[in-house]
Design a protein around this ligand. Structure first.
Ligand SMILES: Nc1ncnc2c1ncn2[C@@H]1O[C@H](COP(=O)(O)OP(=O)(O)OP(=O)(O)O)[C@@H](O)[C@H]1O
Ligand SMILES: [Mg+2]
Length: 219
């Protein structure tokens, strides 16, 4: 059975699709068989995958994004997958399908920005999570200011959700994310000094995710 990693938050614009795509491409770059499920009706990653194969300069093979809409059985799609890892990008809203993606996951990752308003946004998501049995959620700062060094008090402000873990990795705000996604790529698939820092952040995040999935990291 594939390991399922669901990237979820009921808040929009926190970087779910950006991280899902970059985690997927980083795991693929490590030689792992990866499939992406796009549960958002905006079909963000489905269209990003099109950009990848139609890129006029240097097209790449499709990642293979499965676009699933409400009413489809996620469990059946998981069972028929031959991937080692399924990365699920969930839309920024609450739905039965999104809850199923959270329930089925081996690891739920919730990207959050480094601000107090984000902490309040997480309270709304944690209320939804509580109604489905408070599954473990790994929070990760995404789009964090490149110079912020101390995240301790900010992490504390995210409250007392009973099954909250923080990933040590922090993904900083970098223009390289939008620039690479606009050509269907992850940052680890681009070359040049302009992308090095973003790629380092993503590689560290991917390594930490694999440790959690393999049970080697703190829960
Ligand atoms: N680490 C980052 N650095 C710079 N820009 C980022 C970063 N992460 C995300 N962004 C930008 O923030 C915007 C929102 O990101 P994204 O679409 O991934 O969020 P989302 O949570 O999937 O949104 P939605 O809820 O609408 O699906 C995009 O313009 C994206 O390029
Ligand atoms: Mg999205």
């Amino acid at each position: 059975m594939p390991k399922i990693i669901t990237i979820a938050h009921t808040k929009g614009g926190v970087g779910k699709s950006t991280l899902a795509w970059n985690i997927a491409t980083a795991l693929k770059a490590r030689g792992l068989a990866v499939e992406v499920f796009d549960l958002d009706f905006q079909k963000t990653l489905f269209f990003v995958d099109r950009l990848r194969i139609t890129d006029p300069l240097a097209p790449l093979p499709a990642m293979g994004v499965v676009s699933l809409a409400a009413g489809t059985t996620l469990a059946a799609a998981v069972q028929s997958s031959r991937a080692e890892y399924i990365i699920i990008d969930v839309g920024g809203f609450d739905s039965e399908l999104n809850r199923e993606a959270i329930n089925l996951a081996d690891m739920v990752i919730c990207p959050v920005r480094d601000s107090i308003t984000e902490a309040l946004g997480f309270h709304a998501f944690s209320a939804v999570l509580a109604t489905i049995g408070s599954p473990r959620v790994h929070l990760v700062f995404n789009g964090a200011h490149p110079k912020t060094a101390d995240f301790v008090s900010l992490r504390d402000s995210f409250g007392d959700y009973p099954a909250l873990s923080w990933l040590d990795s922090v993904v900083r705000f970098r223009a390289a994310f939008a620039r690479t996604m606009s050509r269907g790529r992850g940052v680890v698939e681009a070359e040049g000094s302009w992308v090095t820092k973003a790629a380092d952040d993503v590689r560290a995040l991917a390594a930490e995710i694999l440790e959690v999935c393999d049970g080697k990291a703190k829960a």
